[in-house]
Write a protein that binds this ligand. Structure first.
Ligand code: HEC
Ligand code: HEC
Ligand code: HEC
Ligand code: HEC
Ligand code: HEC
Length: 400
């Protein structure tokens, strides 16, 4: 009896062992490699061996196994048209050789994984999604202190930053010590953990990752607010809450550029040998008039985020007086033309809270922030000149 049991035991061990070996030769990456090696002539195989490939980048604390499947990224002579066997596009691997840079520092994803889904970050617990196609431009600013210097290679990153300014995002959000504190600081939004804050992804289509979150937020600013679910809201208020962020009506390519810019804002801090010098200080601009200077101040500080481009208005402020809108600035001259000092004082100190349309309902979420510690007095004079000039643009504005 004992002997039979012993035999059964050894047989099952042997069987388990065989299954393990078979499993190991039938992994996704082994199949991928077999597919690739079949396309090669005998001579071409020289120097190439099967097995897991890894790029160990100790300076960046990474081990990237992407080249286990992406076998020809740095061997254009062997490349095929089909992924993962293409040659790397462009010349970028020449200035960023794989032995020194790896792949994930630019593309995100999960370096150690050997299955495509996991490697591409398409798994629940991994927060770094793969940056495909032009989205990879989000990573350039992590090392390039002056993205303008590589502008030709990162046009979306440049466009996104310009849009962030032009749309007035700085009127509510700060990035690296510049901007208002009406809403959250976006300095590290590109590496924020949505897992930790248990963000509500129910209101958006999959994939439930950071790229999709930021893109959806830009498309539907008012609908998405991390951490707040519609069923937690008072009846009838789902439309206005959870978010006070205005709708900007962004076009798809603007959403993409802004997403690239937001994704580029991370806490990643590479060693100096991986960085390039910061931008030289910009020369002080010369303005043709006080109004022109004031317009630049208006644009730089993001007044448009709340008052609309050119102060035209149209931004919703739930339960605010004046038709639940933030006032347009076209009538500043009529209201304050006789009392410039009180206009300046309003801008310096801001105004909060804003009178409510319905006193029984909660206070408005948006208010006029204070600018005294941000806008220098000479700039304030120019800003006021610009605001007073806005009424002259009225007929033009109306016909637009
Ligand atoms: C197990 C094999 C495997 C591994 C490991 C792997 N990939 Fe891929 N990769 C693929 C396959 C297959 C495709 C094509 C299908 C797809 O787009 O998902 C692909 C596609 C891609 C694409 C996009 C191509 C396109 O046109 O959209 C990028 C970029 C990429 N991989 C980068 C990486 C990076 C970076 C890593 C390492 C973190 C990695 N891959 C690891 C198999 C792999
Ligand atoms: C310095 C940044 C950088 C590094 C490092 C880098 N790439 Fe790329 N990669 C790019 C850029 C830029 C593109 C072109 C994107 C586009 O289509 O505009 C690209 C494109 C690709 C593509 C084509 C599909 C796509 O998404 O456009 C694949 C596949 C790819 N890279 C894989 C890799 C692998 C594997 C490694 C590691 C050996 C790697 N890359 C390292 C910047 C980088
Ligand atoms: C991990 C840091 C890092 C990342 C990420 C990175 N670079 Fe670089 N890049 C460098 C360094 C360092 C050099 C300088 C290499 C040298 O000359 O020794 C360089 C050089 C270059 C060069 C050539 C030299 C020049 O200034 O003309 C270009 C172009 C370039 N990078 C573009 C990009 C683009 C586009 C991206 C994003 C897709 C990117 N880089 C992402 C670190 C990085
Ligand atoms: C009038 C004020 C206001 C302006 C202007 C504004 N936002 Fe917001 N934004 C908010 C508020 C309030 C929140 C926080 C509540 C929420 O998430 O909806 C927010 C949240 C966000 C988030 C989500 C952060 C996260 O945790 O995921 C992003 C991203 C964002 N804003 C980007 C932008 C961009 C880009 C612009 C310019 C196009 C912009 N915002 C302009 C008020 C504003
Ligand atoms: C976060 C949103 C926000 C930003 C950014 C903002 N404002 Fe305001 N502003 C308001 C609100 C709300 C009011 C209405 C206050 C009230 O009703 O008491 C207001 C009122 C004003 C008024 C008075 C208008 C009137 O009809 O009485 C002026 C002038 C003004 N803002 C100028 C500016 C300037 C200049 C900037 C940029 C430096 C700016 N605001 C940035 C929200 C904002």
């Amino acid at each position: 009896m004992k002997r039979v049991l012993f035999l059964l035991f050894t047989w099952s061990l042997a069987a388990l062992f065989a299954v393990a070996i078979w499993r190991d030769t039938d992994r996704e990456w082994t199949r991928t490699q077999r597919r690739f090696f079949k396309t090669l002539a005998k001579g071409e195989r020289r120097g190439l061996s099967p097995g897991i490939k890894q790029l160990i980048i100790s300076d960046l604390d990474r081990v990237d196994r992407c080249t286990t499947c992406h076998l020809a990224v740095d061997k254009p002579q062997l490349a095929l048209a089909e992924e993962p066997f293409t040659a790397h596009p462009g010349q970028i691997l020449q200035s960023h050789p794989p032995e020194k840079f790896g792949c994930t520092v630019c593309h995100g994803g999960q370096g150690l994984a050997t299955e495509a889904e996991a490697a591409h970050g398409d798994v629940k617990h991994w927060e770094e999604p793969l940056l495909r196609g032009p989205l990879v431009q989000a990573s350039c600013a992590r090392c390039h202190g002056d993205v303008q210097a590589i502008a030709a290679h990162a046009p979306l990153a440049i466009e996104g930053e310009a849009l962030f300014r032009a749309k007035g995002c700085y009127g509510c959000h700060a990035v690296r010590d510049f901007g208002q504190t009406v809403s959250q600081d976006l300095t590290a939004i590109g590496s924020k953990s949505y897992l930790l804050m248990e963000a509500d992804f129910e209101m958006m289509d999959p994939p439930h990752d950071r790229i999709q979150w930021l893109t959806s937020k830009l498309r539907h600013p008012r609908r998405l607010n991390p951490g707040v679910r519609p069923e937690h809201l008072p009846p009838g208020e789902e439309e206005v809450f959870p978010s006070a962020m205005p709708r900007f009506g962004l076009a798809d390519d603007e959403v993409r550029a802004l997403a690239v810019y937001l994704l580029s804002l991370t806490e990643f801090n590479p060693p100096v040998s991986y960085t390039t010098p910061a931008a030289p200080p910009a020369p002080a601009p010369v303005y043709s008039s006080a109004e022109a200077r004031g317009q630049a101040v208006f644009e730089r500080f993001g007044c448009a985020g709340c008052h609309g481009s050119g102060g035209l208005g149209g931004r919703h402020n739930w339960n605010g007086g004046l038709g639940q809108e933030i006032p347009s600035l076209l009538h500043v001259k009529a209201y304050y033309g006789q009392d410039i000092e009180s206009l300046k004082e309003l801008i310096r100190r801001g105004r909060q809270p804003v009178p409510r349309a319905d006193p029984a309902r909660p206070r408005t979420l948006l208010y006029m922030p204070a600018w005294a510690d941000r806008i220098a007095e000479e700039d304030l004079d120019a800003l006021v000149a610009y605001l007073l000039s806005l009424s002259d643009r009225l007929p033009q504005a109306a016909s637009e």
